[in-house]
Design a protein around this ligand. Sequence first.
Ligand SMILES: Cc1cc2nc3c(=O)[nH]c(=O)nc-3n(C[C@H](O)[C@H](O)[C@H](O)COP(=O)(O)O)c2cc1C
Length: 178
Amino acid sequence: MKEKIGLFWGSDTGTTEVIVNQLVEALSEKYEVVLQDMYKVKNEDFDKYSKMVFALSTWYDGDLQSDWDVYFESFCTLDFSGKTIAICGPGDQYGYGEFFCDGIGIIGQQVLNTGGRLVGEWSTEGYDYDESKAELKPGIFCGLPLDEDNQSDMTKHRLEKWTAQILNEFENELEPQS
Ligand SMILES: Cc1cc2nc3c(=O)[nH]c(=O)nc-3n(C[C@H](O)[C@H](O)[C@H](O)COP(=O)(O)O)c2cc1C
């Protein structure tokens, strides 16, 4: 029987939802992927998995996607120690270059603050933005930023490469690449 992995997601205009569908397909090779819509999520849902993927976009100058935003106060009461988490999501590096995919960084930092392990770190090479809270270490995003507004041609390749990376990091319990 495959291990369950929770894929927690929120999307305002459907872009993250499309990405999530691609993720489900790729992750299903090794895991039973359970979708958790942030609109309906409860604290107990996070207890069900030791491995999770979080997917969210960023809105309004660095704010979390609306469902994540509404839930964020509760999210900050969760303890992620012993959990392994990968984060991804879309943003707009040209239109919102001072806040590019900040949501990934806000959620990633909170996971780390409570002892969680992040996998799926990603180089900032190939992106063009001014500032991003997702860049927790210089030159390294703490998850995978995608940009359907400006670099949609790169999404498929980025997602395939990142998914292979997180599958490996989830399986092997390796330290994230940096
Ligand atoms: C009003 C508005 C504000 C936005 N603010 C940001 C932002 O601060 N940072 C960012 O990276 N992208 C920002 N974006 C881009 C969205 O995150 C992007 O279009 C994303 O693909 C939306 O995904 P969703 O449909 O799954 O919510 C913004 C877009 C709009 C229309």
